[in-house]
Write a protein that binds this ligand. Structure first.
Ligand SMILES: C[S@@+](CC[C@H](N)C(=O)[O-])C[C@H]1O[C@@H](n2cnc3c(N)ncnc32)[C@H](O)[C@@H]1O
Length: 372
């Protein structure tokens, strides 16, 4: 019998094998990196470093971070691991004469600056709430079910890994869990602040000249508010489900409309769909986009749909990995998906649109302008 063998061991150098083994070890314990990151966010260590001017020595950290005195010797190990993972930058400082011990200075870097609760440092919004959502027990429980879900005969449309783990949908189970709801809403708000600020800065032309915009499934209105502040002549409204709209107090600049986007989208010159379509199947996206096309077709000239979502295929390895990780999380939580350009093209055509333009200026996500 012919056998197909993978590359024999001896073809790899010893160094390559040992490097690969170390890499595999880190991947297998990758959840420890997530949990160490969650711990420093809960202990607000990035804010402590910021208060020390962006860098603090171990003694400074140990005297400030709120941990039990019994655990002081353990904090340096957490910091060392996260510095090795690139989340902080460690600098060894030799002992100065008469000053005793050498120490380590931990600096904020580009990654941990995003966790500081100060807009002048994080560039728009702290990403700490997003770290807390990514590591929430309901999500971890769902991830433990991935392989069982892949082997189950149940249709993905009726059972997600999240449902297999928790016996209900994310919005159903999560909606009844006030602690989860708080974490979820804070993360959505932080991500919206960050992305909306970026979008109005990087894509001013896309919004220029628009007189009215409805943010479909716009949640608590953070994005709509940012757009209304940046472009005061745009009349902004938010459409979301009645149970979401009920809990929101009106902000003056933004109007809130309760409804189901599958049924009706209020007329406007522009419709925004930010991080909505990745929750839905192609068939549902075509339905939502069709309602949006009807909403922008009331004026003298057809308006546009502005989508902020992922277009998989970045040439940057880091961004590509974030895009396919987002895809897996959508699969696990909603049976949703993150799309490549050809998939976007197909659903735009099916919903009656003929033009689109992708602006790749928002890192792991893109802004897509779509017109009939
Ligand atoms: C992932 S959140 C995105 C929220 C917001 N666009 C953002 O970027 O923060 C999805 C939103 O879709 C809303 N939603 C779900 N089904 C909906 C429907 N049928 N009609 C309107 N909104 C809906 C949810 O209530 C939720 O606010």
């Amino acid at each position: 019998m012919d056998m197909v063998t993978s590359m024999p061991l001896e073809a790899n150098s010893n160094g390559q094998i040992l490097q690969a083994e170390a890499e595999l070890f880190c991947h297998s314990f990758g959840y420890l990196k997530s949990m160490a990151l969650q711990s420093v966010v809960k202990l607000r260590i990035p804010d402590v470093l910021h208060r020390y001017g962006g860098a603090a020595s171990l003694p400074e950290l140990l005297s400030t971070v709120p941990i039990h005195p019994n655990k002081l010797p353990y904090l340096p190990r957490l910091m060392k691991m996260l510095a090795a993972a690139g989340i902080f930058t460690a600098e060894d400082v030799p002992a100065t004469v008469g000053d005793g011990e050498p120490t380590t200075l931990y600096h904020l870097n580009a990654v941990s600056r995003l966790l500081v609760d100060d807009a002048s440092v994080n560039g728009g919004a702290s990403m700490s709430p997003c770290v807390l959502l990514g590591t929430v027990p309901l999500f971890l429980g769902a991830s433990l079910k991935l392989h069982e879900w892949l082997q189950s005969e149940e249709q993905a449309t009726t059972e997600t890994p999240f449902m297999l783990a928790h016996g209900g949908t994310l919005y159903g189970i999560g909606g009844r869990d006030s602690e989860f709801n708080t974490v979820f809403n804070k993360a959505m708000g932080a991500s919206s602040e960050f992305v909306a600020a970026l979008a109005v800065r990087e894509c001013r032309d896309v919004f220029a000249g628009i007189k009215s915009l409805v943010d479909v499934a716009g949640g608590n209105g953070t994005t709509a508010r940012t757009i209304a502040e940046a472009f005061p002549y745009v009349k902004c409204s938010v459409l979301d489900l009645p149970q979401v709209i009920q809990g929101i107090s009106s902000h003056g600049t933004v109007e809130f409309v309760a409804g189901d986007m599958m049924e009706f989208v209020p007329p406007a010159e522009a419709v925004l769909l930010k991080y909505v379509l990745h929750n839905w199947s192609d068939q549902d996206c075509v339905k939502i986009l069709t309602r949006c096309r009807e909403a922008i077709s009331h004026g003298e000239k057809a308006g546009k749909v502005i989508i902020i979502d992922t277009v998989v295929g970045s040439p940057s390895q880091q961004i590509l990995e974030s895009q396919v990780t987002m895809d897996l999380s959508m699969m696990m939580l909603f049976n949703g998906k993150v799309r490549e350009e050809q998939n976007w093209h197909k659903i735009f055509l099916e919903a009656g649109f003929s033009h689109y333009k992708i602006h790749n200026v928002l890192g792991m996500r893109s802004l897509i302008e779509v017109q009939p």
